[in-house]
Design a protein around this ligand. Structure first.
Ligand SMILES: CC(C)(COP(=O)(O)OP(=O)(O)OC[C@H]1O[C@@H](n2cnc3c(N)ncnc32)[C@H](O)[C@@H]1OP(=O)(O)O)[C@@H](O)C(=O)NCCC(=O)NCCS
Length: 172
């Protein structure tokens, strides 16, 4: 059975080991530090979730209100309080390709909508992550060559969180 849990400052000790380990999937220039995760958790308008399969941790997703996100500031002139930036979404390698990333992103989007955000934004790798958001009708706004020296061209995408869109999403 799949379920989700919010990560909070109170339960961070319980989840920090798998969350920090999941960062090793990314090149060093992109990895978040424990300090950065803690800062994210300290702001209630941010979102941090884990996904569990039969009680076992299999992945996480973190996002910040766009006004708090530094990469975002570097990439666009304006910031908007109605946008949530997804910083990270990871599924443990043995569990990838079974729809768990899609479920986690949908859960994240539902939470974002409940918190009043109108749009989800993020920079997505040209791997399963871009494929994932393409399935959810993202709008691809710009390509960022060699993102932070990774050798990969990340794509900046937006996903509408409006009610109309959400009705459609439920059927995915
Ligand atoms: C990106 C990620 C979170 C997606 O999670 P996931 O559980 O693997 O994704 P899903 O199973 O929901 O599938 C999403 C899409 O990717 C495809 N996909 C996932 N794993 C795949 C694999 N190993 N081979 C081929 N396609 C794969 C799926 O087929 C699906 O597309 P489709 O429905 O059109 O076929 C996960 O692959 C991951 O953690 N990757 C490494 C970290 C990363 O790059 N995070 C994104 C940072 S921007």
């Amino acid at each position: 059975m799949i379920n989700f849990e919010d990560i909070t400052p109170e339960n961070w000790e319980k989840w920090k080991e798998p969350v920090l380990r999941s960062e090793l999937i990314f090149p060093e220039s992109l990895r978040s530090t424990e300090e950065e995760f803690r800062v994210t958790l300290d702001t209630p308008s941010n979102i941090a979730k884990i996904i569990r399969l039969d009680g076992r941790y299999i992945g996480n997703a973190f996002g910040c209100g766009a006004v708090h996100f530094d990469f975002y500031r570097q990439s666009r002139q304006a910031v908007c309080a109605e946008e949530i930036h997804i910083n990270n979404i990871v599924i443990e390698p043995p569990y990838q390709g079974h729809g768990h990333g899609t479920r986690l992103l949908q859960e994240f989007m539902g939470e974002a909508r409940r918190k009043g955000y109108k749009k989800l934004i993020g920079f997505f790798r040209p791997n399963h992550s871009l494929r994932l958001v393409r399935k959810l009708d993202c709008v691809e706004k710009s390509v960022h060559p060699d993102w932070f020296g990774t050798g990969e061209d990340y794509v900046f995408c937006e996903i509408d969180l409006s009610v109309k869109y959400f009705k459609k999403l439920k059927a995915v």
